[in-house]
Design a protein. Sequence first.
Length: 372
Amino acid sequence: MDDYTWFLIFALLLGSRQLGPLRNFDELCHKDDLRVSAFSPQSVQNDSSRNVPTAFDLVNSERRHLGSSSTPRTRRRSYLTGKLNYYCNSFACFQLQRHAISGDIHPNPGPTLEHNSRQENKPTRKMKLSCWSLNARSVANKGCELISRLSYKPCDLVAITETWLDQSIESSELFTRSFQVHRRDRTRHGGGILLACNVELGCVRRLDFETDCEILWCEIIIPSHGSKFLVGVFYRPPSSDAVYLYELQKSLSLIDRSGTNLPLLLLGDFNLPNITWGEVPKCYDALSTVFCDIVDDYFLQQMVFEPTRSENILDLILTNTPECLMNITVCEGLGNSDHSSIEFDWKLKPGRLKQTPRFVYNYRTADWKGLK
């Protein structure tokens, strides 16, 4: 039998209620009138206006033919402000035509990769710390500028010399709650150093490394890496002598004898203009020679090679791990300070993954005779 005969038999089985009189079969079998892809909203609207059965009507007719009742039971529901058909032997409680017309049915709903909750809750692992070292010359009258600068260009570590602070000024007046601040004040008329650390990092003051000079040491702990390093802030007054540098040497010797073996970063204003810094520094007075000897004795390297005040390099970065420093930039100072500031990044070394123990058989000590 041909296709037309099979279709005629199928129409007789479904009944004439949905298909209409048999004289319309030629029109019904026309290629444009038989809508197979009923998921097009336009096709559903055209079929409803022309009273031509769609694929949904054929399926519904087949369900009523196979069910126990030929007439569906309808109930009033507020959903879609219309009647919903409940058929016997069916789990459907909604009209597919209305969903097809809506046009917003996604074939595979569910969370996407960008909104995976596990990835959103996974803590980010920092690969570097942004640092800022500057001579403020009284940071008390530059609090608004300091907060504004840190808001549009965040930093993890901020080292400030010549803070000119005392106990009458709180750290909360200078930094937001995102920083923990360690200070070593002198008076409101000179001196003073400060180290501000991001609260996401662990920061422990090391008073056991501080001596009778303006120096401050903190041990920085990176929670995501489990690594540590030492950060120091130093300020040498221009009128001080070699004894002041010997106190710096004493502080470095305390670190060396402690056996910590941590990466070291020393920042600050050293006020030693008579040194030409390069691969081999050149000293032009006795005080500069003493300082360069201290740097060599503790295997430190100086990383700033651009002037920070006039034509002199006064603000220095000393470290025993120069490979961790990158993107060193001498930029504009804070407010009306006559010193330029230094921005740089401290590269974090990735921590080693702990290897899980494995059970390995020692075949050399096996009882081969007993196994036979």
